[in-house]
Design a protein around this ligand. Structure first.
Ligand code: LRH
Length: 465
C-alpha cells in the first residue's frame, strides 16, 4: 500500500492549523503543513470570529497538503466548542459568528433561577456556563433580534466549515453537546430545553455519526485549488473529544487534561453521570468519540498565560515561554493563590492587573507569573480530586495532551501537588484523534472505541500514533 494522505483541520482560539496524517498501513505520521494565528475581532463592542479568513486559510492548508503529499483521502474538522453561525432563508451566512467571550450569555444566565439551572442540567447532563451556545442564542434573540428572526439554520463552527466546503447541512454530536441543548442520555436535542426557552428547533441540524461522510469537497473549490475532490468525514469535531481519542492510556480508566486555551480536566465514561453531586462540583458530561462521554470540568488554561505574555510584549520585546518560567521561578516572595476560573479573568483588558486586583496585592510580573503556575496547578488538583471522588476511582497517572502539554513547569508543579505521575503528549492530540477516526472509516477492524478502553487495543494505537 502506498502512503495515504488524511487531512485534519484543527482550529483553535489562537491558531488555525492544517495537518497531513500520512498512513503507511501501519503507522500515522502527522505533519503540520499550515499554521496561522486566529483571534476574535472586536466591532462596536462585540467580539466576532472572522470565519471567511478561517475558511480561506483552511483552503490554503488543504492545497498545501495536496501539493506536498498527493491526493487527499479525506478531511476531518475539529474546532473549539460552543460558537456558531446562523444561515438565513437564502442559505447565506447572516454575519460573522459571535465569540463566546461576549457578555450576552452571562446576562441571560443571570436571569435564571437556581431551580431552572438545575432543571437544565438534569435535562442535558451539561453544566450551565455563560459561554454555552444556548445562552448565547437566547442573548441574540434578545439583543440582536434581527439575526434571530432571519435565522433558519444554526451551524456550530465545524458544521459551518463543513457546509462551506461541501454545501451539506449536518451537525456533529460532540460539538452539539457543547450547546447544552443535547440530552446526553440519548444524544437527541432535549425538548425540555427547547420548550423552556421556546426555541425554534428547526434551527438545529440533523446529527451525523462518526465515520459518516458529511459530503464531498465542492467542485468549484476543488477546481480553484486544483486538488482532487475528497470526502469530508464526521470526526469528533469538538477538539477536546478528538484529543481524548489519542490519550495513550494503559488502562481502561484514565485521567486527562486537554491543555490549550482552556484546560479540560476529565475522564472517559461509557454513560453520563447526571446527579446532584456532579452538578454541585461543576462537572459536565460532554460528548466523546463514538458515543463515549468525556466527563470533565471546563477550567481556565493557557488563556491566562497567553494574555500575560501579550501584555508583556506590548513594549515591543518578545519573550520565550522559557523566559516566563525563569521569571516565575525567580520569585522569592510569598506566592498568592487565586481562582483562575473567577469571571474577572474571562476577558480582562489587562490580565496582570486583573490578577493583582483579585489577590489584593500590587504584584510584580515575577509574582504574577509564579501565582499563575501555582494557581493553575491547584485548580487542576482540586478538579482531579473531585473526579476521583465522583467516579469512585483512583488514578496514579494524569495524561496531559494538546499544545499546553509542553508546559513542563506547570506539569511538574501539578505532579508535586497531586502526587501523580504526568505523562505529557501527544501535543497534536486533536489532529491525531481526528485522523484516527477518519482512518477507522476505511479500516473498520480498527476499533477506536476500544482504544482508550482496552489495554490490548491501546498498544495497537500506540503503534499507530
Ligand atoms: C476547548 C473548548 C472548550 C470550550 C471552549 C470554547 O477548545 O472547546 O471545551 O468550552 O473551547
Amino acid at each position: 500500500m502506498g502512503i495515504k494522505n488524511y487531512v485534519a483541520f484543527d482550529c483553535g482560539n489562537s491558531s488555525i492549523r492544517v495537518l497531513s496524517g500520512l498512513f503507511d498501513g501501519e503507522r500515522i505520521k502527522a505533519e503540520l503543513v499550515h499554521q496561522v494565528p486566529n483571534e476574535a475581532v472586536k466591532v462596536n463592542g462585540i467580539f466576532y470570529w472572522d470565519i471567511l479568513y478561517i475558511f480561506r486559510e483552511l483552503q490554503r492548508g488543504l492545497q498545501k497538503c495536496y501539493l506536498e503529499f498527493g491526493p487527499v483521502e479525506s478531511v476531518g474538522i475539529s474546532t473549539w466548542g460552543i460558537d456558531f453561525g446562523l444561515l438565513g432563508e437564502s442559505q447565506q451566512l447572516l454575519g460573522n459568528p459571535l465569540c463566546y467571550r461576549n457578555t450576552f450569555g452571562e446576562i441571560i444566565l443571570n436571569t435564571l433561577s437556581q431551580k431552572e439551572k438545575e432543571k437544565l442540567f438534569n435535562a442535558t447532563g451539561i453544566l450551565e456556563h455563560s459561554m454555552n451556545s444556548l445562552y448565547q442564542l437566547i442573548g441574540i434573540k434578545e439583543y440582536l433580534p434581527e439575526y434571530y428572526k432571519e435565522a433558519k439554520q444554526l451551524l456550530l463552527i465545524p458544521d459551518l466549515l463543513a457546509w462551506l466546503f461541501t454545501g451539506r447541512i449536518c451537525g456533529e454530536p460532540t460539538i452539539a453537546s457543547t450547546t447544552q441543548i443535547l440530552n446526553m442520555r440519548d444524544w437527541t436535542y432535549s425538548s425540555e430545553v427547547i420548550n423552556h426557552f421556546n426555541l425554534n428547533d428547526s434551527l438545529l441540524p440533523p446529527l451525523t455519526k462518526h465515520g459518516d461522510v458529511y459530503g464531498d469537497l465542492k467542485l468549484d473549490i476543488a477546481d480553484f485549488l486544483k486538488i482532487n475532490v475528497c470526502p469530508f468525514v464526521s470526526v469528533p469535531s469538538h477538539d477536546t473529544a478528538s484529543a481524548v481519542v489519542s490519550v495513550p492510556a494503559e488502562r481502561e480508566k484514565f485521567l486527562f487534561i486537554s491543555s490549550g486555551t482552556w484546560s479540560l480536566i476529565g475522564t472517559e465514561l461509557e454513560e453520563p453521570v447526571i446527579n446532584s453531586d456532579v452538578y454541585t462540583e461543576g462537572f459536565a458530561n460532554e460528548g466523546g468519540a463514538l458515543g463515549t462521554i468525556t466527563f470533565l470540568k471546563n477550567s481556565a488554561g493557557m488563556h491566562i498565560l497567553q494574555n500575560i505574555k501579550k501584555e508583556m510584549e506590548k513594549g515591543g520585546h518578545k519573550y520565550s515561554w522559557d523566559e516566563l518560567v525563569s521569571m516565575a521561578n525567580s520569585c522569592r516572595s510569598e506566592i498568592p493563590i487565586f481562582d483562575p476560573n473567577d469571571s474577572s479573568f474571562f476577558n480582562p483588558v489587562n490580565m496582570p492587573d486583573a490578577i493583582s486586583a483579585n489577590t489584593n496585592r500590587n504584584l510584580t510580573i515575577e509574582e504574577v507569573l509564579a501565582a499563575v503556575y501555582l494557581s493553575l496547578a491547584c485548580s487542576y488538583r482540586d478538579s482531579i480530586e473531585k473526579i476521583e471522588k465522583l467516579t469512585d476511582t483512583e488514578h496514579k497517572v494524569i495524561h496531559i495532551v494538546g499544545g499546553g502539554c509542553k508546559n513542563s513547569n506547570l506539569n511538574q508543579i501539578t505532579s508535586n501537588l497531586t502526587g501523580k505521575d504526568i505523562i505529557a503528549g501527544p501535543e497534536e492530540a486533536t489532529s491525531l484523534g481526528n485522523i484516527g477516526i477518519q482512518l477507522r472509516r476505511n479500516q473498520p477492524d480498527l476499533n477506536l472505541l476500544q482504544i482508550s478502553a482496552v489495554p490490548k487495543m491501546q498498544k495497537r494505537v500506540l503503534e499507530l500514533l
